[in-house]
Design a protein around this ligand. Structure first.
Ligand SMILES: Cc1cc2nc3c(=O)[nH]c(=O)nc-3n(C[C@H](O)[C@H](O)[C@H](O)COP(=O)(O)OP(=O)(O)OC[C@H]3O[C@@H](n4cnc5c(N)ncnc54)[C@H](O)[C@@H]3O)c2cc1C
Length: 399
């Protein structure tokens, strides 16, 4: 086992760190206040090659390994977790094509992401099917003249207002079917969003093959305000056979594969945020003096800084183990993906909460970054499966 980064991995870390320092950190607080999706930052991330990390060599001409992917997302998250969530979401949506698509599907559905800075959405959650995703009712039904019609409503979908392609998990035949499929719904280029489009009222996409996609108004969120989240409804969307990934009855298995890949990436988001909260708090407590000394020198406060540092380090170790397991496609990768996600979410919430406390009253004031980090941290324990779902997966494996 080797804890040293390769030269390439170190170059990725250095490059993203510089990007965060120059392009994200100086703007994140103001953008958070305005609650805007930072298109220009996302485009720069795409130009630098730190988006669409799962796209294989056969389409992109080079490949980024899973450990490097985790490092890139961690560094990006140190700048802002709304931005890293938006960037990572393209991989969340597209990795199923990499894992289970045909070469033609890879070329058709992934190539546009290499050629242009586009966004993708992963559509799993529904109003009545959150943790229990088998309860979903969105479904495809065969048409008499071949092909399928897709109908149903998804909620809380990241990137939805800006997405050019939707990866949709749905039932087969009827809403209560036991079979799940995964279908890809690309938008035609003419339906792409104009760069200056206002998405606040929602958006309707008419598809040339038939049917429409209705995107709801972007959600107003507690945190991660730089990411976009909206509902997505599919109305009589025509789906051809070649838009179905793999076997149309094995979607549940494909979803598990996607989440095994993506949960370490959420863990990377958690580690990035936890480290930021620790650094911001360390800086503050080294400056702030009470009782004639720096807060960082007071034993009880220092104990808390130590506890925060330990959470960061342990979460990073869990993240790296999970990333290696996913990279090697180890049979037990799922349990380590869940472990990393839980531990990193806990580290993020702990460091942000205790960091805020160590700021005293200033931590509660919006202009102090720790208050933003405290708002941003909570979702890490929720999206891609709440803490209890990860524990369920771990429990099944170990007991
Ligand atoms: C900002 C944001 C972005 C998101 N992005 C996406 C996206 O891009 N694509 C997508 O498909 N979804 C997305 N989601 C949805 C997210 O994955 C779900 O919100 C999450 O899986 C939880 O589902 P739920 O909200 O329905 O909560 P519920 O399933 O209703 O759970 C509520 C609570 O019940 C408890 N609970 C649930 N199940 C169990 C159990 N088995 N045992 C014990 N307790 C349990 C837990 O305490 C849990 O927190 C996003 C959500 C948000 C808020």
């Amino acid at each position: 086992m080797d804890f040293n980064l390769s030269d390439t991995q170190q170059q990725y870390v250095d490059m993203v760190r510089k990007f965060v320092k120059n392009e994200i950190s100086p703007k994140a607080m103001a953008l958070d206040k305005e609650h805007v999706f930072p298109i220009s930052i996302m485009k720069k991330a795409w130009e630098m090659g730190i988006m669409n990390l799962c796209i294989p060599d056969s389409v992109k001409g080079y490949e980024v390994d899973v450990v490097s992917t985790a490092l890139i997302i961690e560094e990006l998250s140190y700048g802002d977790t709304g931005i890293s969530t938006s960037a990572m979401c393209n991989d969340l949506a597209n990795v199923v094509i990499v894992q289970h698509g045909t070469e033609e599907q890879k070329e058709r559905f992934l190539r546009p992401y290499v050629d242009e800075p586009l966004f993708a959405s992963f559509c799993l959650t529904e109003p009545g099917a959150g943790s229990d995703n088998m309860a979903m009712t969105t479904f495809i039904k065969k048409k008499e003249d071949g092909g399928y019609l897709l109908n149903g409503a998804k909620c809380f979908i990241t990137n939805a207002s800006y997405a050019d392609q939707f990866t949709v998990f749905c039932k087969v035949g009827k809403p209560t079917s036991n079979f799940m499929a995964c279908v890809i719904i690309p938008c035609p280029p003419e339906a792409r969003l104009a760069p200056d489009a206002d998405v606040h009222a929602g958006r309707e996409i008419l598809l040339p093959a038939g049917g429409k996609i209705i995107i709801g108004k972007p959600e107003e969120k507690l945190g991660q305000t730089l990411s976009n989240t909206a509902s997505v409804t599919f109305e009589d969307v025509v789906v051809d056979e070649d838009q179905i990934i793999g076997d149309r009855r094995r979607g549940f298995m494909y979803m598990v594969d996607v989440l095994d890949y993506a949960r370490p990436m959420v863990a990377a988001i958690g580690v990035g945020l936890a480290k930021r909260a620790f650094d911001v708090t360390l800086d503050y407590t080294r400056e702030r003096r009470q009782f004639g000394q720096k807060i960082s020198d007071m034993p009880v406060a220092r104990d808390m800084l130590v506890a925060m540092w330990k959470k960061c380090e342990l979460a990073e170790m869990a993240l790296m183990k999970a990333a290696v397991k996913v990279q090697e496609r180890a049979p037990d990768r799922g349990v380590y993906a869940s472990l990393a996600k839980n531990v990193a979410a806990e580290a993020a919430i702990f460091c942000a909460t205790e960091g805020l406390h160590l700021h005293g009253g200033y931590g509660f004031i919006a202009e102090y970054e720790i208050s933003k980090l405290a708002r941003d941290a909570h979702i890490i324990d929720i999206y891609e499966g709440v803490r209890e779902v990860q524990n369920m997966i771990i429990g099944r494996e170990i007991a």
